[in-house]
Design a protein around this ligand. Structure first.
Ligand SMILES: Cc1ncc(COP(=O)(O)O)c(C=O)c1O
Length: 379
């Protein structure tokens, strides 16, 4: 993915194709940079030998996200470098619990999922996704029945990268029940959509949070100024003896861990409060709905999933427009992501740019002049 610049370019255009919120100003936390090293090495629930850490804040962040995703009393988690690390942690944990398990993920899953499978050298099957990016549950059944007696290690996605589709855990669990898998581990990659979906009213909320583990990114909806994420599991803390050098169990993927990230995440969560976060999510959805209407008016083929910030463009914009607004394309499909921080004005300007580019493309091409009337060849 290309670099995301939160500031407009010289023509006032802002990137709208990648999901980083830009509405939060963290400069009040600049004094944190003047402090000594903050390193949360080891398990967040065991402070360990080194005093320069922010594990109390890390535990608060994990608790807030765990409450949002309705984790039970047995819960654990930590602040990661991003959703990618959370996916790796979850697959490693799935294998630890069910060593003979087979990983299932869809063609719409983020590229970090097959990468983690490759790193861990785990057996896997790729399940089809439907045209809008959601898991094809019939295909899940078909694939798993070819591996009878093997535990199913499913990576579902809540908010796929290109279309923000949400895999339905009720349907996944129904398939696993029906074919009688001997054991299961279900992880949800909820990098972008986890927090916004969790803020919906219970009767509107899709079935995405009844899992063994879930990960959200911090730099997407919460807009932290550097990449980070939060992994939450619905199980007690992994039991491991402390590593004597650090005085804390080595339960995370990386060793040294960013101690500033929990402070910034906690601030992002607390400065808005749940109702402020909900308002931001609702506003982003309104922007997406408005933009979809505008696109429909100019007859650009576009659609969005319910609750999504993402508006999918079934025809990619002309390359110049895509480059101007940082819009990605994959398999002949593009999208824009209406994140907090964008304004209706920004998005209207994009639609206008698209309209103008289309008009230019439709303008009749002047007929080539023939050689008649012109001198050609050598004088
Ligand atoms: C569904 C999904 N999972 C994982 C990731 C990677 O997240 P991170 O950048 O936090 O590692 C992304 C990023 O776009 C994503 O869309």
């Amino acid at each position: 993915m290309t670099t995301i610049l939160p500031t407009p370019d010289t023509a006032g255009r802002v990137p709208i194709g990648y999901p980083g919120a830009t509405d939060v100003d963290f400069t009040d936390l600049a004094p944190l940079m003047a402090r000594k090293l903050l390193n949360n090495v080891g398990d967040p629930y065991v402070d360990g030998a080194s005093p320069g850490h922010t594990k109390a804040a890390e535990r608060q962040v994990v608790e807030i996200i765990a409450d949002l995703v309705r984790a039970g009393d047995d819960r654990w988690g930590y602040v990661t470098t991003g959703a990618t690390e959370g996916n790796l942690w979850a697959l490693r944990e799935a294998r630890r619990r069910h060593p003979t398990g087979i990983v299932c993920y869809t063609t719409a899953a983020h590229y970090s999922v097959p990468k983690a499978i490759d790193l861990l050298a785990m057996p896997s099957v790729v399940v089809a996704a439907d045209d809008r990016g959601e898991m094809d549950y019939t295909d899940l059944r078909r694939r798993l029945t070819k591996h009878p007696g093997r535990p199913a290690l499913v990576v579902a996605t809540a908010g796929t990268t290109m279309t923000e589709a949400v895999d339905d855990l009720y349907q996944i669990n129904a398939v696993l029940d029906d074919i009688g898998v001997p054991a299961r581990y279900v992880h949800v990659d909820a990098a972008l959509a986890g927090i916004p979906l969790a803020l919906l009213e219970p009767d509107q909320r899709p079935g995405f949070d009844l899992a063994d583990s879930i990960v959200v990114s911090g730099h997407k909806f919460l807009g932290t100024p550097f990449p980070c994420g939060v992994l939450v599991t619905s199980a007690a803390a992994p039991t491991q003896a402390p590593v004597s050098y650090i005085g804390s169990p080595d339960t995370t993927i990386t060793g040294s861990r960013n101690g500033h990230a929990p402070l910034i995440l906690r601030s992002a969560l607390q400065r808005h409060g749940l109702s402020g976060l909900r308002t931001r999510a609702e506003h982003a959805r309104e922007l997406a709905a408005h933009t979809l209407t505008q696109l429909t008016e100019i007859r650009w083929p576009a659609w969005r999933h319910p609750h999504a910030f993402t508006v999918v463009l079934d025809r990619p914009p002309p390359p110049a427009v895509a480059a101007r607004w940082s819009i990605p394309t994959e398999n002949r499909r593009s999208h824009i992501v209406c994140m907090p921080g964008l304004t209706q004005h920004d998005l209207d300007r994009f639609v206008n740019d698209l309209r103008n580019a289309t008009r230019r493309q439709r303008r009749p091409i002047p007929r080539p002049r023939t050689a008649i009337g012109y001198r050609t060849g050598n004088p």
